[in-house]
Design a protein around this ligand. Sequence first.
Ligand SMILES: C[S@@+](CC[C@H](N)C(=O)[O-])C[C@H]1O[C@@H](n2cnc3c(N)ncnc32)[C@H](O)[C@@H]1O
Length: 261
Amino acid sequence: MSSPQAFDALAPSYDTDFTSSPIARYLREQVHDRLLQHFRAGDHVLELGCGTGEDARFLAQQGVRVTATDSSEAMLAAARAKLAGNPLVQVERLDLQGLSASSYQPSVFAGVFSNFGAVNCLSEWRTLAAWLSERVMPGGIVGLGVMSPLCLWEPLWHGVHGNLATATRRWKHEGATFNTNGSPLTIHYPTIRRLQRDFSEWFTCTAVRPLGVFLPPSDVYGAIEKRPKLLGMLIGLEQHFGHWTVLAPFADHYWIEFKRK
Ligand SMILES: C[S@@+](CC[C@H](N)C(=O)[O-])C[C@H]1O[C@@H](n2cnc3c(N)ncnc32)[C@H](O)[C@@H]1O
């Protein structure tokens, strides 16, 4: 189970610690490029696990209407503060672990997206796919940024540093449990194939891209970002090879897109 309180504790410093870091900014731009391929001014899209509302703000700047949702009240408060007065963004509470049959009208959304691992808080994805299938219009796109089970950086970096438990945490069937300021949080790392299977009844998988093959996971950002030459080299590698679909299973996150049948 994921606890909203775990993310409440992260919310006040989330933008300083994560959103504004050079590596996260680079990866977010890649996601924005994907979103712009599908969503146009006037579309209405649903965002799952919006955090502090960075992507909702970006899409609203392009004229896209966003219903931005999250289960953490502190994240929602940060998003409301960031997006106050923005007529194109509605910030609402939605818990992916308690999806209600009565939320939102049938086929109301042109698309849905979720960035940076919000769906890793689930332990199965078929329930989400079935729920989305009733709310996304035929032909609509669902784009998900998912933490991958095989991220190469994690065993290499943490293995070399002698931290075997961290090096192998993504491989556990039962997920990895974190303790964030006293609140437990379990993260699951679905394979690309698992997500494709859970969505397959209602959606066709149309694209898979790596997000962060050469760039490290967020707990290593600090160590890399204080070495500007190394950071520049890794961003260069990411720019050249980081979009190769074949590398997606080995990235920190993968980006997966589904089209409503
Ligand atoms: C790593 S943050 C990503 C935030 C944002 N999407 C971004 O790009 O910065 C994960 C987000 O998922 C949210 N989340 C976790 N479990 C959730 C759940 N069961 N339902 C809805 N949101 C959840 C958290 O509150 C948090 O805001």
